[in-house]
Design a protein around this ligand. Structure first.
Ligand SMILES: Cc1cc2nc3c(=O)[nH]c(=O)nc-3n(C[C@H](O)[C@H](O)[C@H](O)COP(=O)(O)OP(=O)(O)OC[C@H]3O[C@@H](n4cnc5c(N)ncnc54)[C@H](O)[C@@H]3O)c2cc1C
Length: 433
């Protein structure tokens, strides 16, 4: 038994972890054991990759084929985005959708249907999948795509590992001429200003904003918007810099509303509106990957990341209401990231919908749990939803309101025998069978 938790270190559970060394061994395991959950790098924050029985994908670490001409990569599901970038960037290709850390497995990226800073143009990870192989509850492997078993495609992409074990995937990459990103920063004094700036910069490939969620009054909603484009010139290189390590859990008192307020103030005042800076793709997409185990900064009790999206129709007013609640709580979030999503896709449990999404880290405490229980109904009333791969607290009523296609999801799971075979602590909490 091993103590297992997600990136937020909460909740944790003693689990039996299986790391089969072959597809035959995985198949035997799946056939013989119930209530398993597949797991990649454990970068989901809450309990979506937690169960008493875990099926690790780490032996699935091969590149299967790479079509250099057309940018089609076929690889095992246990490879990380980081390993993929090391292969493809020097050859002039990039992943179409890059989440905020590169230590994410291909299987995890599909199961969470991850998004990046370019959702308004490129959608989710699954929107660039040509097909994938899925090991079903009976241990057989089937090829899944939008045209072959479309119901299984829609249930598995965003389906949090609850339909089967993703074995490999075929991904359409995007061409690049340089590994550099041209970044511009826009300092914004208010929520209205940053939302306007998202609109003004809507043609830019990548956009994301840091937002100060502790300041009220005249500083309410102050933010820094970052936009980026792939550079047209420069080298195609990958950084070999070793990350700094946080060796152990920090004292929980280190991060408090005073230190976060100070950080926010320094960050805001040291940022200035700047155009066209050339930076590496690692610095633009993965600033936190430079600090290994940064989650230990939140101390032993752990933290949660609360990420919600609300539809464009409720827009700034909705965002303001939620942000006021967060500011009034005085519960600081070091990392508060605002993005503007494009249209939703057809997957049953994919998170993004056209609107604003805010992601906030909170050190775990009773007050945070109470705050989240007050925010959830606000998000639901506005027609929004909470991101499953970050969630550790949502109840089944909230889940079923946020994800109205959950019954279609369950029907597909039943059709392919996944019920009772694949489950997680999260799926049980959310009232899935
Ligand atoms: C610093 C940081 C930044 C992040 N930024 C973003 C972001 O910008 N956008 C975004 O969308 N997400 C983001 N995430 C979340 C992360 O991308 C997802 O949680 C992703 O799923 C993690 O991949 P993993 O391999 O660690 O999966 P795990 O955490 O191990 O598992 C996540 C889910 O995928 C399932 N799964 C994993 N492997 C398989 C498989 N082989 N077959 C079937 N199911 C499988 C698990 O059962 C679980 O439900 C971020 C996370 C961190 C820590």
């Amino acid at each position: 038994m091993i103590r297992i938790h997600g990136w937020g270190n909460f909740p944790s559970i003693d689990s039996e972890v299986f790391s089969p060394k072959s597809l035959t061994a995985s198949s035997d395991l799946i056939t013989n054991i119930n209530n398993l959950i597949p797991r990649g790098f454990g970068r989901s924050y809450g309990d979506s990759a937690n169960s008493k029985k875990i099926l690790q994908s780490n032996y699935l670490n091969r590149f299967i084929s790479f079509d250099h001409e057309n940018g089609i990569l076929i690889c095992d599901s246990g490879l990380s985005i980081n390993e993929i970038l090391s292969l493809i960037v020097p050859r002039g290709w990039f992943i179409p959708v890059a989440p905020g850390t590169s230590f994410v497995s291909v299987g995890g990226a599909i199961a969470s249907d991850v998004h990046g800073k370019n959702h308004h143009h490129q959608g989710c990870f699954s929107d660039h999948l040509l097909s994938f192989e899925l090991m079903l509850a009976d241990g057989s492997i089937t090829q899944v795509s939008r045209s072959h078993l479309p119901d299984l495609f829609q249930a598995t992409c965003g389906g949090m590992g609850l339909t089967g074990f993703i074995v490999s995937a075929s991904i359409q990459l995007i061409p690049i001429k340089s590994s550099q990103i041209i970044q511009s920063l826009v300092k914004c004094g208010s929520l209205e200003e940053v939302c306007d700036q998202f609109y003004i910069n809507r043609d830019k490939t990548y956009s994301v904003a840091w937002i100060d969620c502790l300041s009220s009054g005249k500083n309410f909603g102050r933010s820094v918007l970052m936009v980026g484009e792939h550079s047209e010139s420069g080298k195609l290189s990958v950084s070999k810099k070793a990350p700094i390590n946080i060796p152990f859990n920090m004292p929980a008192s280190l991060l408090n509303s005073y230190s976060i307020r100070l950080f926010n103030s320094i960050y805001y005042h040291s940022s200035s509106t700047q155009s066209d800076m050339n930076i590496s793709y690692e610095k633009f997409f993965y600033p936190l990957d430079g600090i290994r185990n940064w989650n230990r900064l939140y101390g032993k009790a752990g933290f949660i990341q609360y990420q919600f999206v609300i539809p464009m129709a409720v827009g700034i007013d909705g965002l303001k209401k939620i942000l006021v609640k967060i500011v009034d709580s005085g519960l600081g979030s070091f990392l508060a990231v605002l993005k503007c999503f494009g249209l939703a896709n057809a997957n049953y449990l994919s998170f993004p919908m056209e609107g604003f999404t805010l992601a906030l880290d909170f050190k775990l405490s009773d007050s945070v749990i109470k705050l989240v229980s007050n925010l959830d109904p606000m998000v639901v009333d506005m027609g929004g939803r909470i991101y499953l791969t970050k969630d550790a607290l949502m109840n089944d009523t909230t889940f079923k309101s946020c994800y109205p296609l959950w019954e279609n999801f369950e029907q597909v799971r039943a059709k392919y025998g996944a019920i009772g075979k694949f489950s997680s602590i999260q799926s049980k909490r959310l009232g899935l069978q």
